[in-house]
Design a protein around this ligand. Structure first.
Ligand SMILES: [Zn+2]
Length: 324
């Protein structure tokens, strides 16, 4: 079995989750309409933690990492090691080679090294990079990969994927990902071709990384709200005009997130200062319409924000604004 096929199943957890999508509410009764906010509190802690995993970093985070790593190391000959040992062989092959450039494709980070070596990292739920200047400290915890130049070091812990790819394997990775709204070479027609013939709910399609790459739950729920589209609408009902607007909005929201380092989706007229409401308090920081706001009033119409479950993941929407 080749390296790429060994990892194939673990690279796209969202694609797997979204496949064969079945809509159920939080109690599993099969009614998405029933899944409103506060009435569920008796069943468990609503919102943070309940039925929700820590979000996989969305595409803007990976694009920011790619830019940072290029800024830190591009053109440098790097020392590579795997203090934890699980990537010892790969690190040995990388060590002493020059990082030529980096790129992000959806939630996948690629480092391109001299000699057609590509390092592929998918952070998954738990992966994290840390970096610092000068000499690296003693490794703490499970450091899968440590890269260091004369000026800076970078540690990677807990990724879903950390592997070396050959050029054909890089091509195969790209082929199975949909267009990434943050990439200049993205072709939104590829995504629409999938969406326009699918009976699957729009939210599930947009979370499927083989349809659109880089979009996670926050961008998808918020873009659907801004487009006033119900998340359950079958893809094939989305018009050409509707897709063009939705794609354009994703591009704009994601570019803003790359610049700001957080996701803000609220239009000026719905900002806290414009509405005289408190600012959002959340570790994500950004102002949003519906994401993780179940039971709270919609910023546009006042209806309580609804929550439902999509293949094990929470989904949020306003049943008034997004009635379709
Ligand atoms: Zn509303």
């Amino acid at each position: 079995m080749s390296r790429s096929s060994q990892h194939r199943g673990s690279l796209e957890p969202e694609s797997i989750n979204a496949a064969g999508t079945e809509w159920i509410d939080a109690a599993g009764t099969g009614s998405i309409e029933a899944a409103a906010g506060p009435s569920r509190s008796a069943r468990g802690p609503v919102g943070r933690g309940w039925l929700s995993l820590a979000p996989v970093p969305e595409g803007h985070t990976i694009h920011r990492l790619a830019a940072r790593h290029a800024e830190l190391f591009a053109g440098d000959k790097l020392h590579a090691a795997s203090p934890q040992g699980r990537f010892a062989e790969g690190a040995a092959r990388l060590s002493g080679t020059v990082l030529e450039g980096t790129e992000a494709y959806g939630k996948h980070l690629l480092h391109h090294y001299a000699g057609e070596l590509t390092l592929h990292v998918h952070l998954g739920l738990y992966g994290k990079f840390t970096d610092g200047p000068a000499e690296p400290p003693e490794p703490v915890g499970q450091v899968r990969l440590r890269l260091a130049s004369d000026r800076h070091w970078l540690d990677l812990r807990g990724p879903t994927a950390c592997e070396l790819l050959t050029p054909p394997e890089v091509a195969a990775l790209r082929d199975r990902l949909g267009p990434d709204p943050l990439r200049a070479d993205a072709d939104p027609e590829r995504a629409y071709a999938r969406i326009a013939r699918s009976p699957t709910p729009l939210a599930a399609l947009l979370l499927d990384q083989s349809v659109v790459a880089g979009t996670g739950l926050i961008f998808v729920t918020e873009a659907l709200f801004r487009a006033r589209l119900p998340p359950t609408m079958p893809g094939r009902q989305l018009t050409r005009t509707g897709w063009d607007a939705l794609w354009g909005d994703l591009v704009g929201l994601m570019r803003l997130a790359v610049e700001q380092g957080r996701i803000d989706t609220v239009r000026d007229t719905h900002l806290p200062e414009a509405m005289g409401r408190p600012a959002r308090v959340d570790r994500h920081g950004g102002e949003v319409y519906v994401y993780r706001r179940p039971g709270a009033p919609c910023h546009v119409c006042g209806t309580e924000v609804s929550r439902g479950e999509l293949a094990g993941r929470n989904l949020y929407w306003c049943r008034t604004c997004q009635a379709g």
